[in-house]
Design a binder for this molecule. Structure first.
Ligand code: CUO
Length: 690
């Protein structure tokens, strides 16, 4: 895991506080350092050295070496993702842990650090012999992707003057990327939330669209691509409505200037440049970037879009063999997810192209489409940063609308598809200590994150950045269910949506269904008669705990080489607990809480256990490690389809096994100090957690 520390520094340099270095065979040093070998190897005496076995045969690395060390690496770039896929394949194919370590050390100072870190992370998550190593948080490895660049010079100064342990955390101001002259700035706290961006980075790490087939081809990955991003939009729209903003507008007209600008204030540490901004009213044009081998026209996007709509309305796609593949009620969404993204599972990339990925690219290179200014991609070109930009949501709203178009072609759920015989949900109630019933409380909270792993300066030792994020008071649901039949298993599905639209009118079901945010889903045994189910907000199947999102936060950090550590890696994917509930408003933003108990027998997935005990923390958006997706229903059920005839309001949609409750989200503009003090150093990597 030391391989992840200070990714741009040479491998043989002593690794910070822990004073660990690698005993690297001379042949492994890059040519520039070979003549200095004896000097280098004795330069950092003392401490611990990790012996590295010299491999007799180094596999052919020419493909991943095709990208220079200081070039930006983007997974949305097909040639980059092919290079990374090759590296993943090579590392996956090493025969033993020792061989993997040795080859990784060999690669580390040669391969582009960002690509190396990405590939090694994918490998560690997926190899049985490394799955239980504890990956550091991506925001620790590359803090510059997650926070205002001004933090780093202040951190450098503090570290130079003050000893580790007594250093003051560097505060990241709330308003660092813009001010309220930009209307979109009102929800920058959501777009720039470190936990949300980490979730997105991690999701794409667990579900890469290219790479070895056994890694890419996960159960229902195309459908999950649709659902996880649909939920991001539902959450974003709820956040917008809480801030008196309209729902996000789809990016439909690709010739019109884009009104939203974005100035990220992030550093690109590899190239020592700032990330390119996008001024207001930029216009998309054809992309022709020979260096990155990425060339397509806006017209290509138009053609792919038209073919995709054509397929949806015809009910089938054409695969590469020229055969029709039906877009069935159950399989259609998964086929389309892979085809629209596009992943390597797309059944015909020639015909349907790569609409979503190249939309990211068209926006990411909008400021320099033919590379005449030698500028890198903008934040839309990286899954770690894309969600910072308002345009991300407009682009994904467009993509989501295509999926919704498909959903409108398949049959609606009948009352029978929705009901659960003799099970009646009587009521649901939300309670939190010190709050009125059915009210959520939100406020600001500060947290600290350690920068020292990602910054290559001396003297070493922990130095923290202090950021402010949204938080809510923990709460519980109490659900009362009458079961007039025998004992059975039910799946409890809890969702939340805004009650009123931009004009203050109650939502019609047709629109509101797309705004339902999943809060939790779990299975429960229902005895005959009255059942009272109590469930805590922290148990949500959507979120991961704060200390998993920000792995440096101390006390719950599991020891390395345990099952709990494996949980940590996969479960880095998950919506941050602090963002479970939207901000709401000072007056109490009005929402509708929805609870459904569906028939567990129909929801069950054979062989869905996998490593569920190890990791099922955020299964709703991330699935379960080494397992099938744990819910047999279409993702988003029961809101993923247009309603049956005659249903206009949510009330009319309800069957007896569903209930709704009016609730409010009340925001208080106060800031709470960090839960844990930042003065304690992080535990040494590889050592037991404290
Ligand atoms: Cu997650 Cu567009 O897919 O960013």
């Amino acid at each position: 895991l030391y391989l992840f520390d200070r990714p741009t520094e040479p491998i043989f340099i002593g690794k910070g506080d822990d004073n660990v270095s690698f005993d690297v065979p001379t042949e492994y040093l890059i040519d520039r350092y070979k003549p200095l070998a004896s000097d280098i190897q004795t330069r950092f005496p003392g401490g611990k050295t990790v012996p590295i076995t010299k491999l007799n045969n180094i596999p052919d690395l020419s493909i991943p070496l095709g990208l220079s060390r200081d070039a930006p690496f983007s997974l949305f770039n097909p040639s980059h993702s092919k290079m990374a896929a090759k590296l993943i394949d090579i590392l996956m194919n090493t025969k033993s842990y020792d061989e993997l370590l040795s080859l990784s050390v060999y690669c580390r100072d040669r391969i582009n650090p960002y690509m190396f870190t990405y590939a090694l992370s994918v490998v560690i998550i997926h190899r049985p012999d490394t799955r239980n190593l504890r990956l550091p948080s991506h925001s620790e490895m590359f803090p510059s992707l997650y926070m205002d660049s001004s933090v780093f010079s202040r951190a450098r100064e503090e570290s130079a003057v003050v000893q580790a342990g007594s250093r003051t955390p560097i505060e990241i101001p709330h308003d660092y990327s813009a001010n309220n002259l930009d209307a979109e700035h009102r929800i920058s706290y959501f777009r720039e939330d470190i936990g949300i961006n980490l979730h997105h980075w991690h999701w794409h790490l667990v579900y890469p669209f290219d790479g070895p087939l056994n890694i890419v081809n996960k159960d229902r990955r195309g459908e999950l691509f649709f659902y996880m991003h649909q939920q991001i939009l539902a959450r974003y729209n709820m956040e917008r409505l809480s801030n008196n903003m309209n729902r996000v507008v789809r990016l439909t007209n690709w010739n019109e200037p884009i009104a939203e600008g974005y100035f990220p204030k992030l550093d690109n540490i590899l190239a020592n440049r700032v990330w390119p901004p996008r001024p207001v009213n930029a216009v998309l044009t054809n992309i022709s970037r020979e260096v990155e081998q990425i060339t397509f026209d806006i017209e290509d996007l138009v053609r792919w879009r038209d073919r995709i709509f054509n397929a949806i309305h015809s009910g089938f796609i054409i695969n590469t063999a020229g055969q029709q593949v039906r877009l069935t009620e159950n399989e259609g969404i998964n086929i389309l997810g892979n085809l629209i993204e596009a992943s390597i599972l797309s059944q015909n990339p020639n015909l349907y192209g790569s609409l979503h990925n190249n939309g990211h690219n068209a926006i990411a290179y909008i400021h320099d489409p033919d590379n005449r200014f030698l500028e890198n991609y903008g934040v839309m070109g990286d899954s770690a940063t894309a969600m910072r930009d308002p345009i991300f949501y407009r682009w994904h709203a467009y993509i989501d609308d295509i999926f919704q178009e498909f959903k409108s072609t398949i049959p609606s759920y009948s009352v029978q598809n929705l009901g659960f015989d003799s099970v009646n949900v009587q009521s649901v109630e939300v309670t939190a200590t010190g709050l009125p019933r059915n009210e959520f409380a939100t406020f600001w909270q500060q947290s600290d994150t350690d920068l020292s792993r990602g910054l290559d300066f001396l003297p070493r030792g922990s130095i923290f950045a202090r950021f402010t994020h949204l938080q809510h008071a923990p709460f519980s649901y109490k659900i009362v269910v009458d079961n007039n039949g025998n004992q059975r298993v039910g799946t409890v599905r809890i969702f939340l949506a805004p009650k009123f639209d931009e004009r203050g009118l109650p939502f019609l079901f047709r629109e509101q269904r797309k705004l339902f945010v999943e809060l939790d889903k779990f299975s429960t045994s229902l005895k005959r008669g009255r059942n009272e189910i109590v469930r805590r907000s922290t148990d949500s199947s959507v979120t991961i705990p704060h200390e998993v999102t920000y792995r440096n936060q101390g006390s719950n950090r599991p020891a390395a080489n345990t099952d709990a550590a494996a949980t940590f890696n996969f479960c880095g994917c998950g919506w941050p607990q602090n963002m479970l509930i939207a901000k709401g408003s000072v007056d109490g933003f009005q929402c509708q809480l929805f609870v459904m108990v569906s028939n567990g027998e129909n929801d069950q997935v054979p062989n869905a256990q996998g490593d569920a005990q190890v990791c099922d923390d955020a299964s709703s958006y991330c699935g379960v490690l080494n397992s099938r997706y744990p819910d047999a229903r279409s993702m988003g059920y029961p809101f993923d389809r247009t309603p049956r005839d005659g249903v206009v309001t949510l009330q009319q949609f309800l069957t007896p096994n569903m209930v709704t409750q009016d609730v409010r989200i009340r925001f208080t503009n106060r800031t709470v100090a960090p839960l844990q003090s930042a003065t304690a150093s992080r535990p040494a990597a590889g050592a037991s957690g404290n």
